[in-house]
Design a protein around this ligand. Sequence first.
Ligand code: ZN
Length: 412
Amino acid sequence: MKLNERQIEQIDAQIKRLIDSDSYFGRMYRDAGITGIGSREDFEKIPFVDKAALRDAYPLGIQAVADEEVVRIHSSSGTTGKPVIIPYTVKDVEDWAVMFARCYETAGITAGDIMQITPAYGLWTAGIGFQAGCEKLGAMAVPMGPGNTEKQLQMMQDMKSTVICATSSYALLLAEEINRRGLKDKIYLKKGVIGSERWSEKKREYIARELGIELYDIYGLTEIYGPGIGINCQEEKGIHYWDDYIYIEIIDPVTGENVPDGEEGEIVISTLVKEGAPLIRFRTHDISRIIPGKCSCGRDYPRLDIIKGRSDDMFKVHGVNMFPSQFEEILGMIDGVSSEYKIDVAHDEETNRDIIMITIEAEGRVNFENTAQTVRKLVKSRMSVTPNVAVVSVGTLPRSEKKTQRVFDHRD
Ligand code: ZN
């Protein structure tokens, strides 16, 4: 999406605000000789910022207003090192609620709905964001927070909740419990608003079918308000995002250059009207693309495709971008294999070709050779490369408490 005149003015004002407040990024721009932007070309010269810089500015170095203007902070939990703290003004909190309410409206939720909110409340942006949007819309919030499934199911029946807000994992757990206890006829759920973690189509279909509800994926990240900056509409063709609050560009994660609409790359977000902590060209490391053209729902808000993975996890074979998530999806389709896998990529000098080797685990009851064949066929048809596949017994591959390394690249 091209940056329009109004957005250029807004980003210019955001940069000037940062410089005037002598905040972390303001000093960065001043040292780089940046005073603002007047064109798209100027904008594309502004350096990217990322989570590492936000950590570096811990706790409140990125704050761009006086202390008395800050009414709340939120924090994103880092898996490593210091967390990131984001300060919000009255306007920021209000703007976020307006965006969230717009998400609900896009999902067809109305003031008559009863919304059971199960994401966590607290430093994290989830629960409180879902709640503020619900109140802004005028619907009724049942602010449960996570866990205590017994009580969730009781309240769901007694309050006749019509909308469930949850992470995909928790929605799955609730769906399984409702199914197991035969409560399907006693619940009133019509829609689910699901947090933005990546989830497989298999899981999605199960939840939608078992609960008999429509599902909506909400997008967002703590650094940029929180969840609620975009959601899919009933057409289910991508996520509409609110370009009066944020500007999204898609870049090549390696070169940093903008890619044309329709092409895949990393999502980079700039805030347009944020006060407490404006962010210009924030690298999300989420991979997606802008869907060109207007949505058949009639809304003018631009669209992102579903989030395909993280740029940190991406690797290339024969020039094709690949993500571990694509392999996870394939494994999810095959009977008798575990969720564990390992991918080795190497280069064969003789044929001058890259070789991809997938190691998967299977239960003793299935035929290893047939399973390997199935994986080979599915990878070939879906990803246009033919891998070598090794099948080992369940429990052979290493397990890790933390994030397991899946891809080992042996090419120079
Ligand atoms: Zn639409």
